[in-house]
Design a protein around this ligand. Structure first.
Ligand code: GAR
Length: 207
């Protein structure tokens, strides 16, 4: 697979930073070709620039429709020969123009064990539901919200005294480990989609 990544963000960008660090440390054999935010104030843009990575804002408020915004993002990604798109705290639904431009080549990171607690505020949802375990999921992105084939999941316990903030912080540590591993696994190839399942044919692939 083409190892040029495009990372889409909306805010803080700590998962972007985890990918940058993993590339620098040789744990992730990839090049981050471009970082695109849909919000001009996203702190992640600065993280990218500090690392010498091209960073763009394509403000969704400047587009007349979701499809138009997605097409604009897709054009910038293709212009940089991106092979895999990584959503990293990208708080927008990905529509048909991007999904069709990057079939089975868009990854997301979500702070729960999907299919539990999709959408926004997953950590708060887990606490309010009374779940004893939540965690991290890295799925491929499809038209089904947080419903694509699962590449990696990691459990994180929910403690009795947890607030959304404390649980989010513990899950985030796990996110930063899981995302580079999932991206590396996808780039390595040797996997296929069977129904809803992401299946790896290489050993050590069960997590
Ligand atoms: C992360 O916790 C990520 O899992 C979550 O947003 C946060 C972004 O943090 N994403 C979602 O909830 C997607 N539905 P970051 O900007 O520091 O990477």
């Amino acid at each position: 697979m083409n190892r040029r990544l495009g990372v889409l963000i909306s805010g803080r960008g700590s998962n972007l930073q985890a990918l940058i660090d993993a590339v620098h440390e040789g744990r992730l054999n990839a090049t981050i070709a471009v970082v695109i935010s849909n919000r001009p104030d996203a702190a992640g843009l600065e993280r990218a620039r500090k690392a010498g990575i091209e960073a763009l804002c394509i403000d969704h408020q400047g587009s007349t429709s979701r499809d138009e915004h997605d097409r604009a993002v897709g054009r910038e990604l293709r212009a940089r020969d991106v092979g895999l798109v990584c959503l990293a705290g990208y708080m927008r639904l990905v529509g048909a123009p991007l999904l069709e431009a990057f079939p089975n080549a868009i990854l997301n990171i979500h702070p729960s064990l999907l299919p539990a607690f999709p959408g926004v505020d997953a950590q708060r949802q887990a606490i309010e539901h009374g779940a004893k375990v939540s965690g991290v999921t890295v799925p491929l992105v499809t038209a089904a919200l947080d419903g694509g084939p699962i590449v990696i999941q990691r459990p994180v316990p929910v403690l009795d005294g947890d607030t959304p903030e404390t649980l989010s912080a513990r899950i985030l540590l796990e996110e930063h480990r899981a995302y580079p591993e999932a991206v590396q696994a996808v780039l390595e190839g040797g996997w296929r989609i069977e129904g809803r399942r992401f299946v790896r044919s290489v050993s050590g692939a069960s997590r």
